[in-house]
Ligand binder design. Structure first.
Ligand code: AMP
Length: 218
């Protein structure tokens, strides 16, 4: 049976990095609600402005809207098999919605918790810089953007900082995670569908553990 892989973790835990690797190396589509909202923000509609405000404040976009977007996206051809959700669900209501979607799509939900010591999250987020050309994620404290393997990249010009990676937004996002998203750990644990991953390690180590576990029949 195909799977819906859910990545749970605080902002900065490395969900995006892992989802990106799964897509690059195994062709498993990465469905990132954060990325989809960021794309939407650039249009100047009232809805886009509202989303922009919510994201800047570190809150959550309404569940119905988020779910509709995920449903529409995952009904596309490339999501016929296993796919990875990066950033959804973010609360228990969304997790219930995902149960319905999984039933409709005849897929099994498997969740991974990428567990990272909360002391380092602030630095991971405020130090984060992304190459807007290739999407590579750097960090001014932990992974300085000195070189990129992709020849088309000129890091001087292409590095951007996310609008919500400033200290004020970061603190609010971490609170939102504690209050709304953390209950998902119990949600998936209770039903025996959670794999806990120590996220305080090298990207490659984390990747191989997740990648192996995706193929397990559990
Ligand atoms: P991310 O890139 O996953 O950190 O998401 C950035 C922002 O997008 C979050 O702080 C939320 O404001 C919004 N967002 C992303 N995913 C969701 C979701 N599943 N539900 C509600 N809001 C979301």
């Amino acid at each position: 049976m195909h799977k819906i892989i859910v990545l749970i973790g605080a902002p900065g835990a490395g969900k995006g990095t892992q989802a990106r690797l799964l897509e690059e190396r195994r062709g498993i589509p990465q469905i990132s609600t954060g990325d989809m909202f960021r794309e939407m923000k650039s249009s100047n509609t009232p809805l886009a402005l509202e989303i922009q405000r919510i994201m800047k404040e570190g809150g959550l976009v309404p569940d119905d809207l988020t779910y509709k977007m995920v449903k529409e996206r995952t009904e596309k051809e490339d999501c016929k098999g296993t796919y990875v959700l990066d950033g959804f669900p973010r609360n228990v209501i969304q997790a219930d919605m995902l149960e319905e979607l999984a039933k409709e799509q005849n897929k099994k939900v498997k969740a991974f918790l990428i567990d990272v010591d909360s002391d380092i999250l602030e630095k991971r987020l405020t130090g984060r810089r992304t190459c807007k050309v290739c999407g590579e994620i750097f960090n001014i404290y932990f992974k300085p953007p000195t070189k990129c393997d992709r020849p088309e990249c000129d890091l001087e010009k292409n590095l951007v900082q996310r609008e919500d990676d400033n200290l004020e937004s970061v603190r609010k996002r971490l609170i939102t995670y504690e209050e709304s998203t953390k209950p998902l750990i119990e949600y998936y644990e209770k039903s025996g569908r959670l794999v806990k991953i120590n996220g305080d390690r090298e990207v490659e180590q984390i990747y191989s553990e997740i990648s192996r576990s995706i193929d397990d029949n559990s």
